[in-house]
Design a protein around this ligand. Sequence first.
Ligand SMILES: Cc1cc2nc3c(=O)[nH]c(=O)nc-3n(C[C@H](O)[C@H](O)[C@H](O)COP(=O)(O)O)c2cc1C
Length: 309
Amino acid sequence: MVSLKTTIGKLELKNPVILASGTCGFGKEIKSLIDVNKLGAIVTKTITLNKKEGNPPPRIAETASGLLNSIGLDNDGLKDFLFEKISYLGKLKIPVIVSIAGNTTEEFTKLTKEISKIPCIKGIEINLSCPNVIHKGTKFPLLAQDKKATEAIIAKLRKVTKKTLIAKLSPSVTDIKEIAKAAESGGADAISLVNTYPGMLVDIYTMKPKLGAVTGGLSGPCIKPLALKCVWDAYNTVNIPIIGMGGIMTSGDAIEFILCGASAIQVGTANFVNPKAPLEILEGIKQYLKEKKVNSIKSLIGKLKNNEK
Ligand SMILES: Cc1cc2nc3c(=O)[nH]c(=O)nc-3n(C[C@H](O)[C@H](O)[C@H](O)COP(=O)(O)O)c2cc1C
């Protein structure tokens, strides 16, 4: 028997495969497609304090080996989450992690306090890295591009919650190590990376951008090598667990992230191509461990070998 158990802060996951924020709604949307309870955990779509309309359409465009989106955190806000979404999430047998974002530190704090009151929510992923929103607490386009702001906001939220606190970082930085360190110093239990890369696409016939918002966030297989490097750099810098993601389509992709230091992985864009991908990835990881005669996933984390003979 191989053990797939992994630990993220106070969370004991039965396996390392997690559904990524924004790609599985609030669980209910995908219940007819996949048995979510077989996975390690689920991260909800990012919620904000107030309802948010999101960006003008089109919000999704395909590109070679990738997806460009500019959803803009379209969601019904905290109240709707507490009165509507929570009832289905509360029935799940796996840890539920709620993703939150705010325009200000006060909004982040209020969301964290309110969500911390809900027993069935086991973790909070702080979205510091959505390329489609503007935050007032930094002069940078993203909070996660500002190490001081990252540390400050995580420190503030750490004071108001005992739940597992995960800082979701952006790959769109000069040095991911500095930002990862800042999140750790602020008191994050874990970091998750990467969010999408900023990008754009053009329709040459209309001569217009393909996205209504002009620019958006790039995800999918085309970002995998870039994301892996971020995870590897962060792993060599911080002592808290890392949740890796970015273009994971197969179990092989997932294992690459684990070897580079991820304690768990998230599956995002793959869900749009094949909603069963997370379960197939899980099965493939099990097979790999058996073939390699490795009896626990934990012993694989960060075990990338060097090139010396
Ligand atoms: C359509 C779409 C919506 C997303 N919405 C969110 C979101 O609300 N919050 C968030 O933190 N990340 C969001 N993401 C980013 C994913 O969670 C993930 O970080 C990113 O897509 C990289 O992983 P992937 O290549 O496996 O998709 C979204 C991604 C996509 C494709």
